[in-house]
Design a binder for this molecule. Structure first.
Ligand SMILES: [Zn+2]
Length: 309
């Protein structure tokens, strides 16, 4: 299923990041004015357009695209999508806006952070400055029956925004509460709740503050970019908080011991597998494909925090 209504007027569109289903989502919020939250990478354009058509959205009905942050798997396709939606405005964090207007630096940092992975085109089409609304903390978008409120949540990246929807009492969390994906390994299902501590700018202390800020909204439903909605809010928020807190302790410990990068990589990688994913040791070797990539990115993000300070 590519599109499904997950709450009142909230539609999940699978953007098939890396060509993989159930990995990365965009959300269409339907009201008198409609809002698309995230767009996937350049290669997601067709999936997004098909999804919007399936929902029955017409070109002029899409008032805003709101970006949870400007990482490629969420925002890479925005310039391409605007070719088909010329009247739509893009709402983005003030730290993200200059990079959409002139994406050269963003392309370079994406290549640097994810170069060894073949799945992303590292492509961004510039967005005209006059199409951008800079989204600040507390800013509201009134859509009709519902109002969306922007929440600044730096931590995963400095340019993170979450979006609160008053009608469903839900929050679109982007990557600000990590990832929650169901992963099947040799017939056994694991709940992968990774902290999304990816390069180049993961900052654990800020991620913890962002979690507290989101908890104060007391949401009833979370809309994850990776992947899908859940009403199991309190447990998952706490799981995320503990994972980030623990990652911070591990990072400080490794820093104090002055270990080299390779040793630190191995220790963090194993810690994630054992404690976060709770995958038994005998199955470590069996993990491959995109899950391995996610694990490596999380490890590299924490390494960046340890060694770049
Ligand atoms: Zn991200």
């Amino acid at each position: 299923m590519v599109v499904r209504e997950v709450a009142n007027g909230v539609f999940l569109i699978d953007v098939f990041d890396m060509g993989i289903p159930n990995r990365t989502a965009a959300y269409l919020v339907r009201d008198e004015k409609c809002v698309l939250i995230d767009v996937g990478s350049a290669r997601s354009k067709e999936h997004v357009i098909n999804g919007l058509q399936e929902i029955g959205l017409k070109e002029d009905d899409l008032h805003f695209i709101v970006l949870t942050h400007i990482h490629i798997d969420h925002a890479g396709g925005v310039g391409w999508l605007l070719e088909d939606f010329p009247h739509t405005r893009v709402v983005v964090h003030p730290k993200g806006s200059p990079h959409l207007i002139d994406p050269e630096g963003l392309k370079a940092s994406t290549r640097k952070a994810r170069n060894s992975y073949p799945f992303h085109p590292c492509d961004f089409l510039p967005v005209a400055a006059e199409k951008i609304t800079v989204g600040k903390d507390g800013q509201q978008l009134r859509l009709g029956k519902r109002t969306l409120t922007l929440i600044e949540t730096p931590g995963h990246a400095p340019h993170c925004l979450c979006i609160h929807d008053d009608l469903t009492s839900g929050i679109f969390v982007g990557d600000s509460l990590g990832l929650k994906i169901d992963y099947v390994l040799e017939g056994d299902k694991y709940e992968v709740a990774l902290p999304a501590m990816v390069p180049p700018r993961f900052e654990p202390q800020k991620a913890l503050s962002a979690t507290e800020k989101l908890a104060r909204f007391d949401p009833e439903i979370l809309y994850y970019s990776h992947f899908g909605s859940t009403r199991d809010v309190r447990r998952l928020m706490e799981k995320y908080r503990v994972a980030v807190q623990r990652s911070l302790e591990i990072a400080e410990n490794l820093k104090n011991k002055e270990v080299d990068r390779e040793t630190a990589f191995a220790q963090i990688y194993t810690w994630i597998l054992k404690e976060i994913l709770e995958i038994p040791e005998e199955k470590f070797e069996k993990i491959g494909g995109e899950m391995k990539i996610s694990l490596e990115l999380n490890t590299l993000g924490l390494l960046g925090y340890i060694f770049n300070k």
